[in-house]
Design a protein around this ligand. Structure first.
Ligand SMILES: [Zn+2]
Length: 111
């Protein structure tokens, strides 16, 4: 039976056992974002064909990009120091942060 390497966060660090399932999903979300990008390209080709000229490319470009960005923004990036056991405004008390939440944390450290 294949043994997967332990999941790592967006900084390449091993994650605590309590978050391994969450961070094991990182690759899945990254793959989904890539697939959405490929779908967008396929639709561009379709719309460029003579039979697809009535397709409004701007609509699916905008919508697929929005969906892709939604997936990208949701990717687990790093564990949160709150451990998910206390009320936390950075991670919404789930114990891990997206990249955007991480950047907010980093910018608060500057103060
Ligand atoms: Zn937190």
């Amino acid at each position: 039976m294949p043994h997967n390497p332990p999941p790592r966060d967006g900084l390449g660090r091993r994650v605590p056992i309590r978050l391994e399932k969450v961070f094991a999903g990182r690759e899945k979300l990254i793959a989904w974002a890539g697939a959405l990008g490929q779908l967008e390209m396929r639709l561009v080709w379709l719309a460029d064909a003579s039979y697809g000229e009535e397709i409004d490319q701007s609509v699916f470009n905008r919508d697929l990009e929005r969906i892709r960005n939604t997936v990208l923004a949701a990717i687990p990036f790093a564990p949160c120091e709150c451990l998910g056991i206390e009320e936390c405004g950075l991670c919404n008390s789930k114990g891990w942060m997206t990249a955007e939440q991480w950047n907010l944390r980093t910018s608060t450290l500057v103060w």
